[in-house]
Design a protein around this ligand. Structure first.
Ligand SMILES: Nc1ncnc2c1ncn2[C@@H]1O[C@H](COP(=O)(O)OP(=O)(O)O)[C@@H](O)[C@H]1O
Ligand SMILES: [Mg+2]
Length: 274
């Protein structure tokens, strides 16, 4: 029996949280678990998934597919055991063409991809622009990514709320670049999210790891470049959480005192007393 394909958008409030890195590497990690995986660059204006995947020459891409100038198959490439639908645009045409991108067309493309894959990951653009909402709405599930800082938490909280309205389901949160002295602890992140959203477990704690940028410079996904480094280990764990091979990495948080700053923030965000 054919397994029902899953579509997931990798999102965050702001840029630079690690969406592209996670889309590429989680994709490759899921591929290594024998899943048929496709990753799609939905960050149309700032497309760079191809770079992290070490693919520089992708003349036909998602942009052409959206405009109706190419088929999905023509724009699909295989690399590191998974399918990649990169994006990119011609600078001369960007303004004219971005405004032509329609939700129906993206959904058509997503449905076509889902006909030939088990898991689709969409690298979504940051912010709340039309293209972001389209990327979130096109997928049934959302994988929100944040960094362990208050501003990042507030941003991702908003994204999760918007995704709920758009009908996209969120299993849990990915916390990326953890472990610096000034950061929030992952426990604190989870506590904050649970207070603000009712229930939002952390499904991955990916540490700050210099190997990530080293791999990026080499144009090789870090899970291939150095499978033993801390970030790769965490991403491979996440892949197993997604497929259901392992349980969540965290036991549910205990209901204990939350810090004063966090309390104020939650009140400001939700209008609720905590
Ligand atoms: N866990 C990590 N450790 C170190 N650097 C990271 C980590 N995750 C991402 N980065 C780096 O942060 C930068 C932004 O990541 P990227 O995936 O492009 O973010 P986004 O797609 O959300 O804008 C990149 O240079 C990337 O290599
Ligand atoms: Mg990106």
């Amino acid at each position: 029996m054919r397994v029902k394909p899953r579509s997931m958008s990798v999102t965050s409030g702001k840029g630079g949280t690690g969406k592209t890195t996670i889309t590429a590497n989680l994709g490759v990690a899921l591929g290594a678990l024998d899943k048929k995986v496709t990753i799609l660059d939905g960050d149309i204006a700032m497309a760079n998934l191809n770079i992290v995947m070490g693919m520089t020459k992708c003349e036909i891409n998602f942009f052409d597919v959206l405009l109706g100038n190419a088929s999905v198959d023509q724009a699909m490439y295989t690399n590191y055991g998974i399918k990649v639908l990169p994006c990119g645009f011609r600078f001369e045409e960007v303004h004219e063409t971005l405004s032509k991108i329609k939700r129906e067309r993206v959904e058509e493309v997503v449905n076509e991809i889902l006909g030939q894959t088990e898991i689709l990951l969409i690298d979504a653009p940051a912010g709340m622009a039309e293209t972001t909402l389209i990327s979130i709405a096109a997928a049934r599930e959302m994988l929100p990514v944040c960094n362990p800082t208050y501003p990042s938490l507030v941003d991702v909280y908003k994204t999760i709320r918007v995704a709920n309205v758009l009908g996209s389901w969120t299993r849990g949160l990915i916390v990326n670049r953890t472990g610096k002295a000034a950061d929030l602890l992952v426990d604190e992140v989870e506590q904050f999210m649970n207070r603000a959203l009712g229930s939002m477990p952390v499904i991955a704690d990916i540490p700050e790891d210099p190997k990530v940028q080293e791999a990026e410079r080499e144009g090789v996904p870090v899970v291939v470049y150095d499978p033993e480094c801390e970030a790769s280990i965490a991403i491979n764990e996440l892949a197993k959480v997604i497929t259901g091979e392992t349980d969540l990495p965290y036991v549910p948080w205990e209901d204990r005192e939350i810090g004063e700053t966090a309390e104020r923030l939650i009140r400001a965000l939700t209008g609720r007393r905590v």
